[in-house]
Design a protein around this ligand. Structure first.
Ligand code: SAM
Length: 258
């Protein structure tokens, strides 16, 4: 179990979609002075090197964030562009932030952050860069369940599983709905892959039926390798911050041109 390592995929087209929405949401939420909670169930290692062997092996970042930047996908004042610039100023030009470090860029001293990661090597790497947050070396679903509703009450939950086992899809809709009921003011964001075999569809259909007001942002892109099953990226956001739908539309138009 836990064979997934995000280092092979960091900065790919799915990350650009997910991280552009995450950064936009957090920029919006931290635009108000009131404190907030940021909770992430599947944090990963937080910081990636796009020249590392794993990244070069797949080449996914090259057609992801590298091409997005050179094609002008992220305007100078885009929140992800700003977070990326800050991370690169600190960690070098080949670095790429995972979601925890994107969050760190926006969070303020008055905010609370909780990150869960189960893989020991990922945990150890995360601990090196995530001094701003409380780290939980446990199942992310259990952590979130125990924390929600959090203090401070405003805030955001990001659920970004690696979907290594089918039950990840089967149980997700009910679990997300339980969290949304416990935390009715929370921004709850679930990332999912768009797959050629439609395995994600029942989960997304159930979520959309239960949360008709939620934002469903889906983009499509060519598979990383011929025959690879992932052909797109989805974010389902309950209680999306104001303006996130505009960013979702902007991203959809960009990806449609691929
Ligand atoms: N959110 C990260 C980002 O955007 O930079 C990427 C996370 S990666 C897709 C998923 C991570 O979840 C992996 O590092 C994996 O080790 C971890 N993981 C898998 N199952 C988990 C669980 N039940 N609880 C917490 N972490 C888990």
């Amino acid at each position: 179990m836990l064979s997934y390592q995000h280092a092979f995929h960091a900065g790919n087209l799915a990350d650009v979609h997910k991280h552009a929405l995450l950064a936009t949401a957090l920029a919006r939420l931290t635009g108000k002075p009131k404190p907030l909670s940021y909770i992430e169930t599947h944090a990963g290692r937080g910081l990636y090197n796009l020249r590392a062997e794993a990244a070069l092996k797949t080449g996914e970042a090259e057609v992801g964030i590298v091409r997005a930047l050179s094609s002008g996908w992220l305007p100078q004042d885009h929140p992800l562009r700003e977070a990326l610039a800050a991370i690169r100023a600190q960690h070098g030009p080949d670095s790429y932030p995972g979601s925890p470090l994107i969050a760190a860029h926006f969070l303020r001293p008055q905010d609370a952050a909780h990150l869960a990661e189960l893989h020991p090597a990922e945990q150890a790497a995360l601990a090196e860069v995530a001094g701003f947050a409380r780290l939980h070396h446990q199942d992310g679903f259990a952590m979130a369940n125990a924390l929600i509703p959090p203090t401070p009450r405003r805030g955001m939950l990001l659920v970004d599983p690696s979907y290594e086992v089918k039950p990840d899809y089967d149980r997700m809709s009910d679990w997300i709905t339980r969290m949304a009921r416990k935390w009715n003011v929370g921004v709850i964001a679930l990332w999912y892959p768009v797959l050629t075999d439609d395995r994600h569809r029942p989960m997304v259909g159930a979520l959309a039926a239960t949360h008709p007001q939620a934002l469903r942002s889906e983009v499509r892109f060519p598979p990383a390798r011929p025959g690879h099953g992932m052909v797109g990226s989805g974010m389902f956001v309950i209680n999306p911050p104001y303006g996130l739908d505009t960013e979702a539309d902007r991203l959809a138009a960009l990806y449609a041109g691929l």
